[in-house]
Design a protein around this ligand. Structure first.
Ligand SMILES: C[S@@+](CC[C@H](N)C(=O)[O-])C[C@H]1O[C@@H](n2cnc3c(N)ncnc32)[C@H](O)[C@@H]1O
Length: 228
């Protein structure tokens, strides 16, 4: 699964970047996801699976010049785009690594050798083998007082759902890897939703809710939790 995802995002980095930045309503969602991290100036925030870096400027806005933003992704071509997009900031670091085993231990660059105040993961958990386990690890990483925020796309439940869901399916097809595993499952859409549900449910179990919302015509679910 990891190699398939890397090959897909590596090949389609440019197209993905366009979708990630230009889909109607997406900029507002990214700003809201960054706000839900409840960051203070000077804080440190990690984005897991940061892709081409579309969230990083919003996170940088929140922590200010004295804070630290770290984006982690395992696909080099998307990271190169993220690096170029944030080159003007010396406190935004983009690292190649696995979001389920983030390179944040003693080997981490000196600039990020401190407490982590928040973890953000947008449109990522559906790609992980054990999304609830990853959420557990991210909750442990931030510890008490820290915040974890997830945003993921799933079919809309609103009354106007049918046309919205048709567009949603097209965007999912364009922006998620056609992995052999998903392709041969009887209902890949349902499998994706199960993973997303598992991740959001685990976050609600582990943390006190600070955000539980839908965005972009009901297609994006955003859950934020603060650890106690
Ligand atoms: C749909 S994109 C989302 C990118 C970004 N979060 C955004 O909102 O635009 C999914 C990203 O997750 C990355 N990814 C998937 N599984 C990962 C893992 N286990 N570790 C690191 N990155 C991962 C992919 O390389 C891809 O860039």
């Amino acid at each position: 699964m990891a190699t398939e995802s890397q090959a897909f995002y590596g090949r389609w980095a440019r197209l993905y970047d366009l979708i990630a930045r230009r889909t109607p309503g997406i900029a507002r969602l990214r700003r809201r996801a960054a706000a839900a991290c409840r960051l203070e100036p000077g804080d440190t925030v990690v984005e897991m699976g940061c892709g081409t870096g579309a969230n990083l400027p919003y996170l940088r806005e929140r922590v200010g010049p004295e804070g630290t933003v770290i984006g982690i992704d395992f696909t080099r071509p998307v990271l190169e785009r993220a690096r170029r997009a944030t080159a003007e900031y010396d406190n935004v670091h983009v690292l190649q690594g696995d979001a389920t085993q983030p390179p944040l231990g003693s080997d981490a660059p000196a600039a990020i050798d401190g407490e982590i105040d928040a973890v953000l993961a947008t449109f990522v958990v559906g790609m992980l083998d054990d999304p609830a386990g990853a959420v557990d690890d991210w909750c442990d990483l931030v510890g008490p007082g820290g915040t974890v925020v997830l945003a993921n796309a799933a079919p809309s439940q609103e009354w106007y759902a049918p046309p919205v869901n048709a567009v949603f399916r097209a965007i999912v097809v364009l922006s998620t890897p056609p992995t052999t595993r998903l392709r041969y499952e009887t209902d890949p859409q349902r499998r994706l939703e199960e993973k997303i549900d598992a991740a959001h449910t685990r976050l609600r179990e582990r943390a006190v809710a600070i955000a539980d919302e839908t965005h972009v015509f009901g297609v994006v679910r955003l859950t934020g939790g603060r650890l106690e």
